[in-house]
Write a protein that binds this ligand. Structure first.
Ligand SMILES: NC(=O)c1ccc[n+]([C@@H]2O[C@H](COP(=O)([O-])OP(=O)(O)OC[C@H]3O[C@@H](n4cnc5c(N)ncnc54)[C@H](O)[C@@H]3O)[C@@H](O)[C@H]2O)c1
Length: 280
């Protein structure tokens, strides 16, 4: 832990008085979520394996957040994270499961690859919910948001692990919502489309237009989303504004999932014209 929350971190927005954990908080998406939840008044434990980025995030957020280096592959690390958050805040109201690995390899992936992908993306989220839920129940309820993906709903060439774990996370969301409803804990997921990330920044040399150009054909909005835009949906689900929403998945994907198979239509039309089957 590099920084501790102080009493002065209490906010005044719609999440005022709420305390939460955001896993994967060192990622760009996680950072966006953390900034938004703090802006809405929450105090946060930022949980991630990446100590350098995590500590930097906590420093940005000041007294409203502290960083806890956490490895979701280790039960004791998850439990220590939840314990520390409860010690710091006196309880827990919110959990955002945002950590992930993109480790894949498709058909070539070995068992070890599968186990790591499932361990972080699915089991890590499930065991964090398991550790956090009793603390939320003790507060009279809470809200859990799992960060899923468009990849959990459609197939992607060459990728088996990441999409499969995200599909399982969508089902975990429904299962957990079912079992935790009696404790007034809502469990939902947000499925982003392409969202500007550290990886995209590295691949494009920081040129957002390059990635937006690639995204344009697959997203109605013709661009990648920002982490702030995804975070706004997460903040809604965390808040009492979503009091009747549980077991649901919210697409924060710029219209990716609305396109359906007809996204291939222009290419198909070109082929039919070229084959002389239809007029130009
Ligand atoms: N960027 C996108 O286009 C996109 C699209 C759909 C969904 N998402 C989802 O958004 C979230 C963030 O995505 P991103 O692209 O910013 O990813 P990223 O790879 O930049 O971040 C993942 C974070 O998880 C952390 N992490 C990995 N293994 C961990 C472990 N064992 N314990 C604790 N932390 C661990 C990493 O340190 C990192 O900070 C993920 O859940 C991802 O699936 C992203």
């Amino acid at each position: 832990m590099t920084q501790q929350a102080g009493d002065s971190g209490v906010g005044t927005g719609r999440l005022a008085g709420k305390a939460g954990i955001v896993t994967g908080a060192a990622s760009r998406v996680g950072a966006g979520i953390a900034h938004r939840l703090v802006a809405d008044g929450a105090r946060l434990c930022l949980a991630d394996m990446d100590a350098a980025r995590g500590a930097a995030m906590a420093a940005e957020l000041g007294d409203a957040a502290f960083f806890m280096q956490t490895d979701l592959q280790i039960d004791g690390s998850i439990q220590q994270c939840v314990r520390e958050a409860v010690d710091q805040f006196g309880g827990l109201d919110l959990l955002v499961n945002g950590a992930c690995t993109y480790r894949d390899g498709g058909i070539a992936a070995e068992r070890a690859d599968w186990l790591v992908a499932c361990n972080i993306n699915l089991v890590g989220a499930a065991l964090t919910i398991r550790a956090a839920a009793p603390e939320m129940a003790a507060r009279g309820g809470g809200s859990i948001v799992n960060i899923a993906s468009i990849a959990g709903k459609v197939a992607m060439a060459g990728r088996w692990l990441y999409p499969s774990t995200k599909a399982a996370l969508l089902q975990l969301t429904r299962c957990a919502a079912t079992d935790l409803a009696a404790d007034r804990i809502r469990v939902n997921s947000v499925s982003p489309g392409w969202t500007w990330s550290h990886l995209m920044e590295d691949l494009s040399g920081g040129d957002r237009a390059v990635i937006d150009g690639l995204a344009a054909d697959y997203h109605l909005q013709g661009r990648t989303s920002t982490s702030e835009e995804v975070a706004a949906v997460v903040a809604f689900l965390c808040s009492d504004d979503a009091a009747c929403v549980t077991g649901a998945d919210y697409a924060a994907d710029g219209g990716y999932s609305a396109l359906g198979p007809e996204r291939a239509l222009p290419a198909m039309r070109d082929q039919l014209v070229a084959a002389g089957r239809i007029a130009e």
